[in-house]
Write a new protein. Sequence first.
Length: 95
Amino acid sequence: MENDTELVEVDAVERRVKPSETLMVERLAEVAHESWAGWAYWMFVKWDDTHASGETFRARWLRQIETPYGELSGAEKESDRIEARKYLAAIKDLI
């Protein structure tokens, strides 16, 4: 269950979204779900494998989770940029 701090943060964001932006929210939510589903499937398949670097995927993902974006490798940043471009394309389609 969400804690009170998370709920307050969600409420603050919700207040900033205008009713006229509902379509944009839905399109971005669709992109977010597609991104998550693709990653989750890939993660499920790779869970117990070893990356070419020698790290297990579990160890690699934990390291990436704990690493701020600015400290990621160039390849890791590009992976995030690919996802960001999907969001940008969706936004451009809506404006």
